[in-house]
Ligand binder design. Structure first.
Ligand SMILES: *[C@@H]1O[C@H](CO)[C@@H](O)[C@H](O)[C@H]1NC(C)=O
Ligand SMILES: *[C@@H]1O[C@H](CO)[C@@H](O)[C@H](O)[C@H]1NC(C)=O
Ligand SMILES: *[C@@H]1O[C@H](CO)[C@@H](O)[C@H](O)[C@H]1NC(C)=O
Ligand SMILES: *[C@@H]1O[C@H](CO)[C@@H](O)[C@H](O)[C@H]1NC(C)=O
Length: 438
């Protein structure tokens, strides 16, 4: 985002009508989950029951006896919904600190910038139905051995990438092997210990786009029918993609499809139809997932795709007012509801991922999953840099006006949890593919 007032476009949220997606989604989710649950019960009856349970019920509700023989593959819960749960206190604290890892972007190094409270570091996400294990760096590296993992998206993608690098750096040193673009927008690291490459590609819309500039055109331009070649041309050498976009869609923009103007958002002064950004995000995600799916079919390459869902901002009041996000604890369950734009952005992403998943023909070639962190993120108003996006902001006394970052996450911080869930997604995929191979 821009350098002086990166969040000044946030007032555009209000211009969106919120449509009742949640109302539509609920019955949809029930219809989708019911057959899924029955199918899973049919394929893997053991997974739903505890290890020592021997008598259970079949689909017609008749008691049946199931074997207690140990499973051949590593135990991985594949019925856990990580997206719902609560933040609970945790004495252990993070795996790294502000200096132990050399890759934290300055603006997110809250420890290094003198954030005085540290309570925000001592929470762990507890999903309602299962445990989320702590991140295991060595496990992650061995699962990705000889592979290339690419983070593609906006500064939230970079934030998640830097969290992952810091977590992995606690066991293995990465070499920075490639860097390009202002502000390190394109980078690649190599972990010699496991021959793993991790990279980041700047692509805030995923589709082809021209970012507005201070000197030239004052609107972003998005081409909704073509993917951004800055990452798409490298697809052949990428094994796993983590996509993360959202906030850039709120900015003023003109949208193109098939070489003609489709409409615009917040484009006062231009003679185009205002169409908001929700359908635009949907089209961009759809175009992206279709391009990846098509490529996997034509090339026969294996690729894994994860989409990290929208991460809400936590501005309370004006972005440049002292105390814009100064909470020191997570919200408690029921204190605030996830709704409005945050929920709509997340729902669009989850719906598009589900649709793409349903179209997959060969599950061993293409695996797609949402990393549904929106609620997890929403519950953490305390995890942002706030004024500590700059070093020691109050060194000359407390000011009334100060720049705040209430969008990105401190490192270490809540975003480390996204990568704990990422590890579980990859473990689950691995366990499933071992089962398939017998
Ligand atoms: C950060 O971690 C490193 C390596 O574990 C340690 O040497 C250092 O003392 C830590 N720094 C702080 C400020 O805790
Ligand atoms: C990692 O990148 C290097 C180039 O920097 C390349 O030689 C190597 O083959 C890549 N390895 C994987 C597993 O992608
Ligand atoms: C653009 O082209 C695609 C494919 O031909 C078509 O499905 C879509 O409706 C077109 N969009 C517009 C706005 O004309
Ligand atoms: C704006 O667009 C409409 C419909 O395309 C057209 O009739 C009108 O002349 C345009 N106005 C200006 C000022 O260009």
């Amino acid at each position: 985002m821009g350098s002086t007032s990166p969040f000044k476009d946030h007032h555009h949220h209000q211009q969106q009508q919120s449509y009742p997606i949640t109302k539509k989604l609920l019955p949809w989710a029930l219809y989708a989950l019911l057959p899924l649950a029955i199918f899973r019960l049919y394929l893997h009856p053991l997974d739903l029951f505890s290890e020592n349970e021997v008598i259970t019920k079949d689909l017609q509700n008749k008691p049946i006896i199931v074997s207690t023989a140990p499973k051949p593959v590593e135990e991985v819960r594949n019925d856990c919904d990580y997206s719902n749960g609560e933040w609970v206190e945790d004495k252990m604290g993070p795996l790294y600190n502000g200096t132990s890892c050399g890759t934290i972007k300055d603006g997110q190094n809250c420890m290094g910038h003198g954030r005085p409270d540290s309570g925000y570091l001592y929470w762990r996400w507890k999903p309602s139905q299962c445990q989320l294990p702590r991140f295991e760096p060595t496990k992650f590296l061995s699962l990705l051995e000889n592979k290339h993992l690419a983070f593609v998206g906006d500064s939230m993608a970079r934030n998640q990438l830097e969290s992952l690098l810091c977590l992995l750096s606690s066991v293995s040193h990465p070499d920075l092997v490639y860097t390009n673009g202002d502000d390190n927008k394109f980078r690649r690291w190599h972990f010699p210990s496991h021959n793993v490459n991790v990279s980041v590609y700047w692509s805030p819309f995923l589709v082809k786009g021209i970012e507005k500039s201070n000197t030239g055109f004052n609107f972003n331009k998005l081409f909704l029918d073509s993917v951004d070649n800055r990452w798409a041309l490298d697809l052949e050498q990428i094994d796993m993609l983590v996509l993360s976009v959202g906030h850039w869609f709120l900015h003023p923009a003109v949208y193109y499809e098939n070489d003609s103007v489709l409409g615009c958002h917040a484009c006062e002064g231009l003679n185009h139809t205002e169409i908001g950004f929700f359908d635009v995000l949907r089209k961009a995600v759809k175009t992206t997932l279709k391009a990846i799916t098509d490529k996997s079919i034509t090339d026969g390459n294996q690729i894994d795709v994860i989409l990290t869902t929208f991460s809400p901002a936590h501005f309370e009041g004006e972005w440049d007012k002292n105390g814009a996000c100064s909470r020191e604890k997570p919200f408690e369950e029921g204190e605030k509801a996830l709704e409005g734009m945050d929920a709509d952005m997340r729902n669009i992403e989850v719906e598009e991922i589900e649709e793409a998943k349903n179209k997959v023909i060969q599950v061993d070639r293409l695996r797609i999953e949402a990393l549904d962190v929106t609620k997890i993120a929403f519950m953490r108003p305390d995890g942002h840099p706030g004024p500590y996006m700059y070093p020691n902001p109050f060194a000359d006394g407390v000011k009334d006006r100060v720049q705040n970052d209430c969008v990105h996450w401190c490192l270490p911080g809540p975003i480390d949890t996204w990568n704990e869930i990422l590890l579980q997604v990859v473990r689950q995929w691995e366990a499933e593919s071992m089962r398939r191979r017998g």
